[in-house]
Design a protein around this ligand. Sequence first.
Ligand SMILES: NC(=O)c1ccc[n+]([C@@H]2O[C@H](COP(=O)([O-])OP(=O)(O)OC[C@H]3O[C@@H](n4cnc5c(N)ncnc54)[C@H](OP(=O)(O)O)[C@@H]3O)[C@@H](O)[C@H]2O)c1
Length: 275
Amino acid sequence: MRGRIIITGATGSMGAAATLALAGQGHSIVMACRNIVKAGTIRDSILVRVPDAEIDIKLLDLSSMDSVCEFVNDLGTEPIDALFNNAGTISRSYSITSDGLENTFAVNYFGPYLLTRLLVPRMREDARIVNMVSLTCRFVTVDENSLRPEPKDFSQLGTYARSKQALLRFSMEFSRRYPGICVNLADPGIVNSNMISMGRWFDPLADRLFRPFCKSPDKGVKPALNALSSSAKDRYFVGSHSKSIPARFLDPEMDLILWQETESILSSFIPRICN
Ligand SMILES: NC(=O)c1ccc[n+]([C@@H]2O[C@H](COP(=O)([O-])OP(=O)(O)OC[C@H]3O[C@@H](n4cnc5c(N)ncnc54)[C@H](OP(=O)(O)O)[C@@H]3O)[C@@H](O)[C@H]2O)c1
């Protein structure tokens, strides 16, 4: 497959690695980023290595549902072949976005949810979606009350893990509703990126002890690249292979409850473009 691929968080460690790899394969890339200047620098460095790369940069702040809508409106009419929901954050402390959502959930779940829903009408029939999840998903449970955590429910890792499991459950419900689109999950493992800094006093120590054993971004993004080049669907890509979605996550009833609850929370944004 060659085509137009949207990569969120293309300024990040794995996002930039994916942009280089996919542009090098001849795809036309849309870098969907909140920092346009940083994106420009990355694009310039890729153009040195791949002079005929087709790379467009568009503003997208996933913590703002208005920004998601504006991004989609600004995208033009050219069909989309693939969406890589790669951007993510791990907020150190509890904070609320301008939409009244907890920040980690806004960036890792509500933003990608809305973006994906809004892009459906522009996707080719056999389009591919890859959602970046995390091995932390397996240590938490998620229900409809998880989507808007109160300060007392917040923890840096716990909220991050729940937002990623919510994204995983969204992927499965989406796949049931849009069977023509191939949705897959990618789990990069533990990767040496900004993401794994906890913003705590012990970071320098952890960096020395821990980072040397983490994967490089090039290696960490491989499962996602494998998923993007595969015509499989509903698979969990990890390491160099893919497997069925782990049984612990199979709960279609909860997937549906979360979908409906999310629609209700985002009801003022979804009718703008979605059917
Ligand atoms: N690193 C790991 O060990 C690991 C493990 C499991 C899963 N993951 C997942 O892999 C994905 C990529 O992470 P990474 O390790 O490459 O981290 P990273 O280098 O920190 O990249 C994160 C990317 O997300 C972008 N981003 C953050 N907040 C955003 C917002 N509000 N709107 C739009 N973009 C936003 C960042 O933009 P800026 O450049 O502007 O900051 C950056 O481009 C994430 O979804 C992460 O959760 C990572």
